[in-house]
Design a protein around this ligand. Structure first.
Ligand code: FAD
Length: 382
Protein backbone atom coordinates (compact mmCIF):
# COMPACT_ATOMS: atom_id res chain seq x y z
CA UNK A 1 0.00 0.00 0.00
CA UNK A 2 1.17 3.53 -0.72
CA UNK A 3 2.33 5.55 2.30
CA UNK A 4 1.53 9.06 1.04
CA UNK A 5 -1.28 10.40 -1.15
CA UNK A 6 -2.41 13.77 -2.44
CA UNK A 7 -6.02 12.82 -1.72
CA UNK A 8 -7.56 9.88 0.17
CA UNK A 9 -11.19 9.14 -0.68
CA UNK A 10 -13.03 7.01 1.89
CA UNK A 11 -15.70 4.84 0.22
CA UNK A 12 -15.86 2.87 -3.01
CA UNK A 13 -19.46 3.62 -3.96
CA UNK A 14 -20.51 5.75 -6.91
CA UNK A 15 -19.52 9.00 -5.13
CA UNK A 16 -16.02 7.86 -4.16
CA UNK A 17 -15.05 6.39 -7.52
CA UNK A 18 -16.50 9.35 -9.46
CA UNK A 19 -14.60 11.84 -7.29
CA UNK A 20 -11.35 9.87 -7.67
CA UNK A 21 -11.80 9.60 -11.45
CA UNK A 22 -12.38 13.33 -11.83
CA UNK A 23 -9.40 14.24 -9.64
CA UNK A 24 -7.14 12.00 -11.73
CA UNK A 25 -8.62 13.35 -14.96
CA UNK A 26 -7.74 16.84 -13.77
CA UNK A 27 -4.14 15.76 -13.25
CA UNK A 28 -3.96 14.86 -9.56
CA UNK A 29 -1.31 12.14 -9.58
CA UNK A 30 -1.61 10.35 -6.28
CA UNK A 31 -5.23 9.57 -5.37
CA UNK A 32 -6.23 6.60 -3.18
CA UNK A 33 -9.72 5.18 -2.69
CA UNK A 34 -10.16 3.08 0.45
CA UNK A 35 -13.12 0.68 0.48
CA UNK A 36 -13.75 -1.59 3.44
CA UNK A 37 -15.52 -4.28 1.39
CA UNK A 38 -15.89 -4.56 -2.41
CA UNK A 39 -16.80 -1.70 -4.75
CA UNK A 40 -20.54 -0.85 -4.67
CA UNK A 41 -21.02 -2.97 -1.55
CA UNK A 42 -22.80 -0.05 0.20
CA UNK A 43 -25.98 1.73 -0.92
CA UNK A 44 -24.76 1.98 -4.51
CA UNK A 45 -25.01 -1.75 -5.16
CA UNK A 46 -28.33 -1.98 -3.30
CA UNK A 47 -30.17 0.91 -4.93
CA UNK A 48 -32.92 1.22 -7.53
CA UNK A 49 -30.50 3.19 -9.74
CA UNK A 50 -33.27 5.44 -11.03
CA UNK A 51 -32.17 8.64 -12.74
CA UNK A 52 -34.61 11.54 -12.87
CA UNK A 53 -34.44 15.19 -13.72
CA UNK A 54 -37.93 15.87 -12.40
CA UNK A 55 -37.13 17.88 -9.29
CA UNK A 56 -38.78 20.83 -7.58
CA UNK A 57 -35.78 23.09 -6.91
CA UNK A 58 -33.55 24.75 -9.48
CA UNK A 59 -30.46 23.36 -7.77
CA UNK A 60 -31.58 19.73 -7.96
CA UNK A 61 -32.92 20.09 -11.51
CA UNK A 62 -29.58 21.47 -12.66
CA UNK A 63 -27.45 18.87 -10.84
CA UNK A 64 -29.67 16.02 -12.10
CA UNK A 65 -29.63 17.34 -15.69
CA UNK A 66 -25.85 17.66 -15.58
CA UNK A 67 -25.51 14.13 -14.17
CA UNK A 68 -27.93 12.71 -16.73
CA UNK A 69 -25.89 14.17 -19.59
CA UNK A 70 -22.76 12.63 -18.08
CA UNK A 71 -24.50 9.23 -17.81
CA UNK A 72 -25.56 9.47 -21.47
CA UNK A 73 -21.90 9.63 -22.51
CA UNK A 74 -20.37 7.57 -19.72
CA UNK A 75 -19.54 4.41 -21.73
CA UNK A 76 -17.45 6.48 -24.18
CA UNK A 77 -16.09 9.02 -21.67
CA UNK A 78 -14.88 6.25 -19.37
CA UNK A 79 -13.70 3.96 -22.18
CA UNK A 80 -15.79 1.19 -20.60
CA UNK A 81 -15.51 -2.28 -22.12
CA UNK A 82 -18.97 -3.18 -20.74
CA UNK A 83 -22.24 -1.24 -20.75
CA UNK A 84 -23.66 0.85 -17.92
CA UNK A 85 -27.10 -0.03 -19.38
CA UNK A 86 -28.60 3.46 -19.22
CA UNK A 87 -32.18 2.92 -20.42
CA UNK A 88 -33.95 6.21 -20.95
CA UNK A 89 -37.48 4.82 -20.84
CA UNK A 90 -38.67 7.82 -18.86
CA UNK A 91 -39.96 8.38 -15.33
CA UNK A 92 -43.69 8.49 -14.81
CA UNK A 93 -44.45 10.42 -11.62
CA UNK A 94 -48.02 9.82 -10.45
CA UNK A 95 -49.99 12.16 -8.19
CA UNK A 96 -52.85 11.04 -6.01
CA UNK A 97 -53.98 14.36 -4.50
CA UNK A 98 -54.93 17.77 -5.89
CA UNK A 99 -52.16 19.34 -3.81
CA UNK A 100 -49.59 17.05 -5.39
CA UNK A 101 -51.00 17.78 -8.83
CA UNK A 102 -50.57 21.54 -8.21
CA UNK A 103 -46.96 20.90 -7.14
CA UNK A 104 -46.33 18.83 -10.30
CA UNK A 105 -47.52 21.81 -12.37
CA UNK A 106 -45.01 24.11 -10.66
CA UNK A 107 -42.23 21.50 -10.96
CA UNK A 108 -42.80 20.95 -14.68
CA UNK A 109 -42.81 24.72 -15.30
CA UNK A 110 -39.45 25.02 -13.51
CA UNK A 111 -38.00 21.96 -15.25
CA UNK A 112 -39.02 23.22 -18.72
CA UNK A 113 -37.48 26.63 -17.97
CA UNK A 114 -34.20 24.81 -17.22
CA UNK A 115 -34.34 22.79 -20.44
CA UNK A 116 -35.69 19.54 -18.97
CA UNK A 117 -38.25 18.07 -21.40
CA UNK A 118 -40.87 16.96 -18.85
CA UNK A 119 -44.62 17.40 -19.27
CA UNK A 120 -47.84 17.08 -17.32
CA UNK A 121 -50.06 14.23 -18.43
CA UNK A 122 -53.74 13.50 -18.14
CA UNK A 123 -54.58 10.07 -16.77
CA UNK A 124 -55.48 8.89 -20.28
CA UNK A 125 -52.04 9.95 -21.53
CA UNK A 126 -50.39 8.22 -18.56
CA UNK A 127 -52.24 5.02 -19.49
CA UNK A 128 -50.89 5.23 -23.02
CA UNK A 129 -47.38 5.07 -21.56
CA UNK A 130 -48.18 2.40 -18.94
CA UNK A 131 -51.28 0.53 -20.16
CA UNK A 132 -51.59 -1.53 -16.94
CA UNK A 133 -51.75 1.53 -14.68
CA UNK A 134 -54.79 1.65 -12.41
CA UNK A 135 -55.69 5.33 -12.65
CA UNK A 136 -58.67 5.16 -10.23
CA UNK A 137 -56.73 6.43 -7.18
CA UNK A 138 -54.77 8.99 -9.25
CA UNK A 139 -55.25 12.65 -10.16
CA UNK A 140 -52.58 13.23 -12.81
CA UNK A 141 -49.04 12.40 -13.82
CA UNK A 142 -45.82 13.97 -15.06
CA UNK A 143 -43.35 12.39 -17.44
CA UNK A 144 -39.84 12.95 -18.73
CA UNK A 145 -38.63 10.60 -21.46
CA UNK A 146 -34.95 11.35 -20.79
CA UNK A 147 -35.11 9.93 -17.26
CA UNK A 148 -34.53 6.23 -16.68
CA UNK A 149 -32.39 3.75 -14.82
CA UNK A 150 -29.11 1.93 -15.21
CA UNK A 151 -26.90 -0.79 -13.80
CA UNK A 152 -25.21 0.45 -10.59
CA UNK A 153 -22.53 -2.27 -10.52
CA UNK A 154 -21.43 -1.66 -14.10
CA UNK A 155 -21.47 2.11 -13.57
CA UNK A 156 -19.27 1.89 -10.47
CA UNK A 157 -16.92 -0.50 -12.26
CA UNK A 158 -16.74 1.83 -15.27
CA UNK A 159 -15.65 4.78 -13.09
CA UNK A 160 -13.26 2.62 -11.05
CA UNK A 161 -11.53 1.10 -14.09
CA UNK A 162 -11.16 4.52 -15.73
CA UNK A 163 -9.78 5.96 -12.48
CA UNK A 164 -7.28 3.09 -12.16
CA UNK A 165 -6.12 3.60 -15.75
CA UNK A 166 -5.37 7.21 -14.78
CA UNK A 167 -3.27 6.03 -11.84
CA UNK A 168 -5.76 6.02 -8.95
CA UNK A 169 -5.01 3.30 -6.38
CA UNK A 170 -8.14 1.53 -5.15
CA UNK A 171 -7.73 -0.54 -1.98
CA UNK A 172 -10.60 -2.99 -1.58
CA UNK A 173 -11.26 -4.83 1.71
CA UNK A 174 -9.34 -2.12 3.53
CA UNK A 175 -11.01 -0.12 6.29
CA UNK A 176 -10.20 3.39 7.44
CA UNK A 177 -10.04 3.11 11.22
CA UNK A 178 -9.03 6.67 12.09
CA UNK A 179 -8.11 10.05 10.63
CA UNK A 180 -5.11 11.93 11.94
CA UNK A 181 -5.43 15.70 12.37
CA UNK A 182 -3.06 18.30 13.81
CA UNK A 183 -4.00 21.91 14.63
CA UNK A 184 -7.24 21.62 12.69
CA UNK A 185 -5.56 20.19 9.58
CA UNK A 186 -5.75 16.73 7.99
CA UNK A 187 -2.47 14.81 8.31
CA UNK A 188 -3.35 11.26 7.30
CA UNK A 189 -5.51 8.19 7.71
CA UNK A 190 -5.06 4.91 9.56
CA UNK A 191 -6.28 1.80 7.77
CA UNK A 192 -6.33 -1.92 8.43
CA UNK A 193 -3.47 -2.21 5.94
CA UNK A 194 -1.29 0.63 7.23
CA UNK A 195 -1.20 4.42 7.50
CA UNK A 196 -1.25 6.94 4.64
CA UNK A 197 -0.02 10.53 5.02
CA UNK A 198 -2.21 13.03 3.20
CA UNK A 199 -3.47 16.59 3.58
CA UNK A 200 -6.85 15.90 1.95
CA UNK A 201 -9.51 13.35 2.94
CA UNK A 202 -12.92 12.98 1.31
CA UNK A 203 -15.71 11.41 3.33
CA UNK A 204 -17.75 9.46 0.76
CA UNK A 205 -18.68 6.69 3.18
CA UNK A 206 -22.44 6.65 2.51
CA UNK A 207 -24.37 5.21 5.45
CA UNK A 208 -21.18 5.31 7.55
CA UNK A 209 -20.43 9.00 6.95
CA UNK A 210 -21.28 9.82 10.56
CA UNK A 211 -18.67 7.34 11.83
CA UNK A 212 -16.04 8.99 9.61
CA UNK A 213 -17.08 12.46 10.84
CA UNK A 214 -16.48 11.32 14.42
CA UNK A 215 -12.89 10.42 13.46
CA UNK A 216 -12.16 14.14 13.07
CA UNK A 217 -14.31 15.10 16.05
CA UNK A 218 -17.32 16.34 14.08
CA UNK A 219 -20.90 15.33 14.82
CA UNK A 220 -22.29 15.47 11.27
CA UNK A 221 -26.05 16.20 10.99
CA UNK A 222 -26.67 12.89 9.23
CA UNK A 223 -28.23 9.57 10.15
CA UNK A 224 -28.88 6.34 8.30
CA UNK A 225 -32.21 4.65 7.74
CA UNK A 226 -32.88 1.22 6.27
CA UNK A 227 -34.61 1.09 2.89
CA UNK A 228 -35.87 -2.17 1.48
CA UNK A 229 -36.28 -3.26 -2.10
CA UNK A 230 -37.09 -6.47 -4.01
CA UNK A 231 -36.97 -8.02 -7.46
CA UNK A 232 -39.39 -10.39 -9.16
CA UNK A 233 -38.87 -13.23 -11.57
CA UNK A 234 -38.16 -12.10 -15.14
CA UNK A 235 -41.25 -11.59 -17.30
CA UNK A 236 -41.90 -10.26 -20.80
CA UNK A 237 -41.51 -6.45 -21.14
CA UNK A 238 -44.57 -4.71 -19.66
CA UNK A 239 -43.12 -1.58 -18.07
CA UNK A 240 -41.08 0.84 -20.14
CA UNK A 241 -40.68 3.80 -17.74
CA UNK A 242 -39.84 3.91 -14.05
CA UNK A 243 -43.07 4.59 -12.08
CA UNK A 244 -42.84 6.73 -8.96
CA UNK A 245 -45.45 7.89 -6.43
CA UNK A 246 -44.44 10.38 -3.75
CA UNK A 247 -47.64 10.02 -1.71
CA UNK A 248 -47.22 6.24 -1.59
CA UNK A 249 -43.45 6.63 -1.24
CA UNK A 250 -42.76 3.95 -3.86
CA UNK A 251 -41.02 3.31 -7.15
CA UNK A 252 -41.08 0.43 -9.59
CA UNK A 253 -39.19 -0.44 -12.77
CA UNK A 254 -38.51 -3.32 -15.13
CA UNK A 255 -34.80 -3.99 -15.60
CA UNK A 256 -33.26 -5.25 -18.86
CA UNK A 257 -33.28 -8.95 -17.84
CA UNK A 258 -37.08 -8.71 -17.28
CA UNK A 259 -37.28 -8.62 -13.47
CA UNK A 260 -39.46 -5.97 -11.82
CA UNK A 261 -37.64 -4.05 -9.09
CA UNK A 262 -39.72 -2.16 -6.52
CA UNK A 263 -38.94 -0.28 -3.35
CA UNK A 264 -40.75 1.75 -0.76
CA UNK A 265 -39.79 4.23 1.94
CA UNK A 266 -41.14 3.82 5.46
CA UNK A 267 -40.47 6.28 8.29
CA UNK A 268 -40.73 3.50 10.87
CA UNK A 269 -37.65 1.70 9.49
CA UNK A 270 -34.67 1.45 11.91
CA UNK A 271 -32.43 4.51 12.04
CA UNK A 272 -29.13 2.70 12.38
CA UNK A 273 -26.80 0.59 10.25
CA UNK A 274 -29.01 -2.51 9.94
CA UNK A 275 -29.47 -3.91 6.43
CA UNK A 276 -31.48 -7.04 7.20
CA UNK A 277 -34.76 -7.66 5.35
CA UNK A 278 -38.24 -7.94 6.90
CA UNK A 279 -41.55 -9.64 6.08
CA UNK A 280 -43.60 -6.50 6.75
CA UNK A 281 -41.94 -4.73 3.84
CA UNK A 282 -42.70 -7.63 1.50
CA UNK A 283 -46.34 -7.64 2.57
CA UNK A 284 -46.87 -3.86 2.36
CA UNK A 285 -44.84 -3.37 -0.80
CA UNK A 286 -46.71 -6.02 -2.75
CA UNK A 287 -50.15 -4.83 -1.55
CA UNK A 288 -49.37 -1.22 -2.47
CA UNK A 289 -47.96 -1.97 -5.91
CA UNK A 290 -50.88 -4.22 -6.86
CA UNK A 291 -53.22 -1.30 -6.28
CA UNK A 292 -51.27 0.78 -8.83
CA UNK A 293 -50.27 -1.98 -11.28
CA UNK A 294 -52.85 -4.80 -10.80
CA UNK A 295 -51.37 -7.28 -13.32
CA UNK A 296 -48.33 -7.67 -11.05
CA UNK A 297 -50.44 -9.64 -8.56
CA UNK A 298 -49.36 -13.09 -9.81
CA UNK A 299 -45.72 -12.20 -9.99
CA UNK A 300 -43.24 -14.32 -7.99
CA UNK A 301 -40.69 -12.39 -5.97
CA UNK A 302 -37.22 -13.89 -6.10
CA UNK A 303 -35.03 -11.70 -3.92
CA UNK A 304 -35.34 -8.99 -1.30
CA UNK A 305 -32.59 -6.88 0.21
CA UNK A 306 -31.97 -3.60 2.02
CA UNK A 307 -29.56 -0.68 2.05
CA UNK A 308 -29.09 2.61 3.85
CA UNK A 309 -30.40 6.05 3.03
CA UNK A 310 -27.97 8.54 4.55
CA UNK A 311 -30.24 11.43 5.55
CA UNK A 312 -29.79 15.07 6.53
CA UNK A 313 -32.45 17.29 8.15
CA UNK A 314 -33.46 18.66 4.70
CA UNK A 315 -32.87 15.38 2.85
CA UNK A 316 -30.30 17.05 0.61
CA UNK A 317 -26.61 16.10 0.39
CA UNK A 318 -23.73 17.86 2.08
CA UNK A 319 -21.04 18.66 -0.49
CA UNK A 320 -17.76 20.50 -0.17
CA UNK A 321 -15.16 21.47 2.41
CA UNK A 322 -15.62 21.55 6.18
CA UNK A 323 -14.68 24.98 7.58
CA UNK A 324 -13.33 23.65 10.92
CA UNK A 325 -10.93 21.02 9.48
CA UNK A 326 -8.62 22.09 6.70
CA UNK A 327 -8.45 19.39 4.02
CA UNK A 328 -11.61 17.52 5.05
CA UNK A 329 -14.33 17.28 2.36
CA UNK A 330 -17.82 15.82 2.42
CA UNK A 331 -19.92 14.01 -0.17
CA UNK A 332 -22.55 12.58 2.17
CA UNK A 333 -26.25 12.63 3.09
CA UNK A 334 -27.58 11.79 -0.36
CA UNK A 335 -30.90 10.42 0.86
CA UNK A 336 -32.51 8.53 -2.07
CA UNK A 337 -30.74 10.37 -4.87
CA UNK A 338 -27.00 9.86 -4.46
CA UNK A 339 -26.71 7.42 -7.30
CA UNK A 340 -28.29 9.68 -9.89
CA UNK A 341 -26.12 12.60 -8.73
CA UNK A 342 -22.95 10.43 -8.78
CA UNK A 343 -21.19 11.66 -11.94
CA UNK A 344 -22.02 15.28 -11.03
CA UNK A 345 -20.77 14.75 -7.47
CA UNK A 346 -17.50 13.54 -8.97
CA UNK A 347 -16.99 16.67 -11.06
CA UNK A 348 -18.18 19.14 -8.42
CA UNK A 349 -16.11 17.71 -5.55
CA UNK A 350 -12.97 17.47 -7.69
CA UNK A 351 -13.43 21.15 -8.61
CA UNK A 352 -13.90 22.14 -4.95
CA UNK A 353 -10.81 20.22 -3.84
CA UNK A 354 -8.72 21.89 -6.55
CA UNK A 355 -10.08 25.34 -5.69
CA UNK A 356 -11.68 25.71 -9.13
CA UNK A 357 -14.92 27.52 -9.80
CA UNK A 358 -17.75 24.97 -9.68
CA UNK A 359 -19.54 24.08 -12.93
CA UNK A 360 -22.76 24.46 -10.91
CA UNK A 361 -23.04 26.40 -7.65
CA UNK A 362 -22.93 24.08 -4.62
CA UNK A 363 -22.33 26.58 -1.81
CA UNK A 364 -25.89 26.09 -0.63
CA UNK A 365 -25.07 22.39 -0.03
CA UNK A 366 -22.18 23.15 2.33
CA UNK A 367 -22.28 21.80 5.89
CA UNK A 368 -22.55 25.36 7.23
CA UNK A 369 -26.15 25.67 5.93
CA UNK A 370 -27.39 23.90 9.07
CA UNK A 371 -25.63 26.38 11.36
CA UNK A 372 -26.93 29.29 9.30
CA UNK A 373 -30.46 27.82 9.32
CA UNK A 374 -30.50 27.81 5.51
CA UNK A 375 -32.11 24.46 4.91
CA UNK A 376 -33.33 23.58 1.42
CA UNK A 377 -36.98 22.82 0.73
CA UNK A 378 -37.25 20.24 -2.04
CA UNK A 379 -40.85 19.12 -2.67
CA UNK A 380 -39.89 16.22 -4.97
CA UNK A 381 -37.86 14.10 -2.59
CA UNK A 382 -38.38 10.58 -1.22
P1 FAD B 1 -22.19 4.12 -0.77
O1 FAD B 1 -22.57 3.48 -2.03
O2 FAD B 1 -22.92 3.68 0.46
O3 FAD B 1 -20.64 3.88 -0.59
C1 FAD B 1 -19.97 4.16 0.61
C2 FAD B 1 -18.89 3.12 0.78
O4 FAD B 1 -18.07 3.48 1.88
C3 FAD B 1 -19.43 1.73 1.08
O5 FAD B 1 -19.07 0.85 0.03
C4 FAD B 1 -18.78 1.36 2.41
O6 FAD B 1 -18.39 0.00 2.49
C5 FAD B 1 -17.58 2.30 2.45
N1 FAD B 1 -17.09 2.59 3.80
C6 FAD B 1 -17.82 2.99 4.87
N2 FAD B 1 -17.03 3.16 5.93
C7 FAD B 1 -15.77 2.89 5.52
C8 FAD B 1 -14.49 2.89 6.18
N3 FAD B 1 -14.36 3.20 7.48
N4 FAD B 1 -13.40 2.55 5.44
C9 FAD B 1 -13.51 2.23 4.13
N5 FAD B 1 -14.70 2.19 3.48
C10 FAD B 1 -15.80 2.53 4.16
N6 FAD B 1 -30.35 6.75 -5.43
C11 FAD B 1 -30.68 7.14 -6.68
O7 FAD B 1 -30.11 8.08 -7.20
N7 FAD B 1 -31.68 6.50 -7.36
C12 FAD B 1 -32.37 5.46 -6.83
O8 FAD B 1 -33.26 4.89 -7.48
C13 FAD B 1 -32.03 5.03 -5.51
N8 FAD B 1 -32.68 3.99 -4.94
C14 FAD B 1 -32.27 3.54 -3.72
C15 FAD B 1 -32.86 2.39 -3.18
C16 FAD B 1 -32.41 1.86 -1.97
C17 FAD B 1 -33.08 0.62 -1.41
C18 FAD B 1 -31.35 2.50 -1.28
C19 FAD B 1 -30.84 1.95 0.02
C20 FAD B 1 -30.77 3.66 -1.79
C21 FAD B 1 -31.22 4.19 -3.00
N9 FAD B 1 -30.65 5.33 -3.57
C22 FAD B 1 -30.99 5.72 -4.83
C23 FAD B 1 -29.63 6.10 -2.84
C24 FAD B 1 -28.25 5.73 -3.34
O9 FAD B 1 -28.07 4.34 -3.27
C25 FAD B 1 -27.17 6.41 -2.50
O10 FAD B 1 -27.49 7.77 -2.28
C26 FAD B 1 -25.82 6.34 -3.21
O11 FAD B 1 -25.56 5.01 -3.66
C27 FAD B 1 -24.72 6.82 -2.30
O12 FAD B 1 -23.49 6.47 -2.89
P2 FAD B 1 -22.17 6.69 -2.08
O13 FAD B 1 -21.05 6.29 -2.95
O14 FAD B 1 -22.17 8.08 -1.54
O15 FAD B 1 -22.30 5.71 -0.81
Amino acid sequence: MIRTADVVVIGGGISGVAIAYNLAKKGVKNVAVIEKKYLASGSTGRCGAGIRQQWGTEMNCRIAKFACELFENANEELGYDGDIEFKQGGYLMISSTEKEHEQFKKNVELQNRLGIPSRLLSLEEAKEIVPYLNTDPLVSAAFCQKDGHLNPFHTTEAFAKAAERLGVKIYRFTEVTDIITENGKIKGVKTTKGDISTSIVVNAAGGYSHVIGKMVGIDLPVYSERHQILVSEAIEPILEPMVMAFALNLYCQQVPHGGIIMGRGDDTEPKDLRTTSGWRFLDEMTKTIINILPPLKNLRMIRQWAGLYNLTPDRQPILGPVDEIEGFYLAVGFSGHGFMFGPATGVLLAESILGEENTLPIDMLNLNRFEKGELIFEPAVV
